[in-house]
Design a protein around this ligand. Structure first.
Ligand SMILES: [Ca+2]
Ligand SMILES: [Ca+2]
Ligand SMILES: [Ca+2]
Length: 478
């Protein structure tokens, strides 16, 4: 259902350096999904769908070819101010859906934000439970950041804004103006530089966060009237705000630099252009963009292509794409097969339409028609789940997830295609069960526990050849 908008030859504008390569690819833009409201964060799922969170708190699963939009959840209690607050960052657990969790950051009152862990139910195709990992994050009408990323070290990275309270960015005990590094339950990663969740500090309002293939972490942040920045993040680094804006180059900044070791940005722009979502790109689908950071801009309404040097330590040159053609751009997503998706941000301010263009807000795909993309066929989440289960051949008699909310699965030997099971409460009373039940997938028993009260149970499974085992089962609800 893709609508061809236009064909744009890759326009190379002269960046800060004097040279730029000639580009050969003719890129096309086309709409993937339309009539959204400020799609703030796009994520590629293991089901080969785009997972999208709008500023309103609506979470959808979007078919990247057909553009169908399936609502998964609407976060209750998202607070949107006249300005920028609302829902800002989302990610899926790296082992989703075997670990059926989504992570979201949003403001829930004028001055407060949260990081929540949501539980997705395979049987319901929706979020069925939520747990708050970080409550009482500072918040404000703007400057809330944020982005979430999985690190190559297996930890969760989360960048936060200074919430219009500039000095908190320098306080390593405050969660604002930081890059945080945590496990998947929101606990500090064990070797963090300050013994808490903080990984780096001195950030103003970061809204872009991405890892390169070689494991470097890059962050984009809004400057005040000067010095938007892209930073390469190192553990324990102080990125200067509010004492230093951009590089340490004014007399006041130079005296501050005597007492403060600032990690300088790898790129800075004055006057400000409002950088936002950012993704590392390194794929033959667009050869001219290999080893680049793709960076969205709101105010100046374009995509910048920042070409990194071989070490990833500096920006060699930059290009500006599609200036003022799609309006404000909020996020860029690079799929594993090199497809690139952009999210517009024109229905700003709680969906007011005064900036809106036709069919806004939209997700637009950037395509190189000369490249033969790996199709990465979009598929049901259940199929992904069964594949994950099948890969875990050495694990048997595992009951998951625990606590179970609606469904529980038991991983058995893969030769088992029929079981009898019983569930007992702590008084030894049988509360449910079935005899000689054929398994739709050999080695995997799925049981609905939606009708059981929260509590501890024993699940007894018996196979046709008489092997029986009792396993603990915890049912938990909000
Ligand atoms: Ca994203
Ligand atoms: Ca800085
Ligand atoms: Ca400066």
């Amino acid at each position: 259902m893709t609508r061809l908008l236009k064909t744009a030859v890759v326009a190379v504008s002269m960046g800060t350096l004097a040279w730029a390569p000639l580009a050969q690819s003719e890129l096309q833009l086309h709409d993937v999904a339309t009539e959204l409201t400020v799609p703030w964060d796009l994520v590629w799922g293991p089901d080969n769908h785009i997972w999208c969170m709008e500023k309103t708190g609506r979470i959808t699963r979007i078919h990247p070819n057909e553009g169908t939009v399936e609502e998964v959840h609407h976060i209750p209690g998202v607070y949107q101010s006249f300005d920028n607050s609302g829902a800002h960052a989302m990610m899926l657990h790296p082992d989703f859906p075997a670990q059926p969790y989504l992570y979201v950051n949003y403001t829930y009152s004028e001055f407060r934000g949260r990081l929540d862990k949501l539980t997705y139910s395979l049987s319901e195709g929706a979020v069925v439970a939520s747990e708050t990992l970080l409550d009482e994050l500072p918040g404000n009408s703007s400057h809330n950041g944020s982005r979430l990323q999985e690190g190559p070290d297996g930890y969760m990275y989360f960048c936060t804004g200074d919430m219009y309270m500039a000095m908190i960015a320098q306080d390593v005990d405050n969660l604002g103006g930081k890059v945080l590094r945590m496990d998947w339950d929101g606990n500090p990663a064990p070797d963090n530089p300050f013994g808490n969740r903080v990984y780096s500090y001195g950030h103003r309002n970061p809204q872009g966060l991405t890892f390169s293939d070689s494991g470097h972490l890059y962050l984009s942040e809004h400057g005040p009237a000067n010095d938007d920045e892209v930073n390469r993040i190192v553990a324990g680094g102080n990125y200067g705000w509010p004492h230093i804006e951009g590089f340490c180059d004014t007399p006041e900044e130079m005296s501050a630099c005597d007492s403060l070791t600032q990690v300088p940005p790898i790129a800075a722009w004055t006057p400000t252009e409002a950088p936002c979502g950012m993704s590392y790109f390194n794929h033959p689908a667009i050869p001219e963009w290999e080893n680049t950071l793709l960076l969205c801009f709101l105010k100046q309404q374009h995509l910048k292509v920042l070409h990194l040097d071989d070490e990833g330590e500096s920006v060699a040159f930059e290009e500006k794409m599609w200036q003022q053609e799609m309006g404000r751009l909020r996020d860029v997503l690079v799929a594993p097969n090199g497809r690139v998706f952009l999210a517009t941000s024109n229905r700003e301010i709680n969906g007011w339409d005064f900036l809106a263009q036709d069919l806004d807000d939209r997700i637009v795909e950037v395509v190189n028609p000369d490249f033969d993309y790996d199709p990465l066929v979009p598929r049901p989440i259940r199929e992904v789940f069964l594949e994950q289960v099948a890969a875990q051949t050495s694990v048997v008699n595992v009951v998951f997830p625990q606590p179970a909310h609606t469904d529980v699965s038991v991983l058995l030997d893969r030769t088992v295609d029929e079981v009898s099971f019983r569930v007992f409460d702590t008084h030894g009373r049988e509360v449910m069960g079935a005899d000689d039940m054929p398994l739709s997938v050999p080695g995997l028993l799925n049981v609905s526990v939606a009708h059981l009260a929260s509590g501890v149970y024993v699940l007894r499974v018996e196979t046709a050849d008489g092997h029986a085992q009792a396993l603990p089962l915890v049912v938990g609800r909000r």
